[in-house]
Design a protein around this ligand. Structure first.
Ligand SMILES: Nc1ncnc2c1ncn2[C@@H]1O[C@H](COP(=O)(O)OP(=O)(O)OP(=O)(O)O)[C@@H](O)[C@H]1O
Ligand SMILES: [Mg+2]
Length: 400
């Protein structure tokens, strides 16, 4: 049978999710929405959006930016600080972002570009070009007067009915190692709180918890600045909603048993949901995802995840024949990231049990596992390796 032609894949591995396909996170949305409302009313707020790699921080931040613009009239600035290491660069990136990443309301984008026209170079066919020389010359001043810069921007937007600013600082891995960054953030929050007329500013930092700890290490008072909103793996309900909605958006149906499989093997982890979903999407040939399609897709996704996210040495070890039964046992144990050595040994033969110590030592050496606080407890350092092991068990299941 010829495959039916495919539309756009509704899956976005490696990219924050577009607002229309965003699902779940109701509790977290409510928490941030409450803070955003306070900002609209004039009271500054600061939130640290914490969660492990690939859990959905940037997606939630981007969704909230849209929400805050629409519901609370805040201008959203979502700055990705990737390779940034100095405060000057933070300042320059902020200006670039306001200019380059359009607001959802086109007239607002226009207005912002007019206000900052000094930094706009020649018009390009798509988007705008930054006048780097002009920006570079002003960067130290903007970095020094970051709050006044934001304030002036807002003051010139009151005609547009803009009530405040939502500043999202994302991808902060590089910059948090700079001690000055902790001081910069604390200074920004304090300066604003102490000013006669505080700027309605929603400051949202996205990062793994270690980054917040790192900032606190550099400057203890950072501990008191943020309300913390933590993102956890998705619930079964959220995953189901996600897969159904994504497939339905391309007129593809999914059978219940297939849906359960996709959820089981994604284990609430959005990054995996998208890789698995995308693989299944391209495999399907008749517009209906059944169990076979799901198993087939998960099987291929496991390979892909292994290649992309698991170190070569680790892959080689995990694939070694000696460890097959341990891997199989592991994929059946219902644990999140930490497990007990005794549970792993249960039901294994004496010779297999002997291999466990060797396996655990090897995995510790490869930094896949570390010892937990309790005796005999082991913890996966990377959720992706843990999920790779789970995904791989599908090979056995289908080929038996
Ligand atoms: N609420 C959601 N609904 C649907 N898909 C989502 C949701 N949140 C995240 N995703 C998807 O999960 C993957 C990871 O999301 P995202 O990039 O937002 O995570 P992150 O925590 O910012 O990751 P990193 O630590 O790499 O910055 C992406 O493919 C994204 O499209
Ligand atoms: Mg991110």
């Amino acid at each position: 049978m010829n495959a039916i032609p495919k539309g756009i894949s509704p899956f976005y591995p490696g990219q924050p999710i577009p607002v229309e396909l965003f699902v779940g996170r109701q509790k977290e949305i409510e928490k941030i929405a409450r803070a955003v409302k306070q900002v609209e009313l004039g009271k500054p707020q600061a939130i640290f959006l914490a969660g492990e790699y690939g859990i959905g921080k940037s997606s939630l931040a981007s969704f909230m930016r849209f929400y805050a613009e629409k519901e609370n009239h805040l201008l959203g600035i979502h700055v990705f600080l990737w390779s940034t290491t100095t405060i000057d660069e933070v300042a320059a990136k902020t200006v670039e972002t306001v200019l380059k990443a359009p607001a959802y309301e086109p007239t607002l984008t226009e207005k912002v570009r007019n206000i900052l026209s000094k930094y706009v170079g020649e018009q390009e066919l798509f988007g705008i070009r930054i006048n780097l020389n002009a920006l570079k010359a002003d960067t130290p001043n903007i970095a020094q007067g970051y709050l006044p810069f934001l304030r002036q921007l807002l003051e010139r937007l009151t005609d547009e009915d803009i009530k405040g600013i939502m500043l999202i600082l994302d991808e902060i891995n590089g910059i948090t190692s700079t001690p000055k960054f902790a001081h910069f953030i604390k200074g920004l929050v304090d300066e604003n709180a102490l000013s006669a007329n505080p700027l309605p500013l929603m400051l949202l930092l996205c990062g793994v918890e270690e980054r917040r700890r790192e900032m606190i290490k550099h400057h203890q008072p950072v501990e008191r600045i943020f309300d913390i909103v933590e993102i956890n793996p998705m619930t079964e309900q959220e995953m189901k909603e996600f897969f159904k909605q994504a497939f339905l958006s391309q007129n593809i149906k999914i059978k219940d048993d297939a849906l359960s499989l996709l959820c089981k093997y994604s284990a609430g982890f959005p990054k995996i949901m998208h890789i698995v979903g995308d693989t299944v999407f391209w495999k399907d040939r008749d517009g209906i995802i059944d169990k076979e399609d799901a198993l087939d897709g998960i099987f291929d996704a496991a390979e892909d995840i292994g290649r992309k996210f698991v170190d070569q040495q680790v892959l080689k070890a995990l694939r070694s024949k000696d460890y097959h039964s341990i891997m199989e046992k592991m994929s059946k144990l219902p644990f999140d990231l930490s497990f007990q050595k005794t549970d792993l040994g249960k039901g294994l033969s004496e010779s297999e049990k002997k291999k466990i110590d060797n396996f655990l030592q090897r995995m510790k050496k490869l930094k896949v596992l570390s010892s937990g606080d309790i005796q005999g407890e082991y913890i996966f350092n990377s959720r992706l390796v843990r999920l790779y092991i789970l995904l791989n068990s599908i090979k056995k299941a289908t080929h038996d």
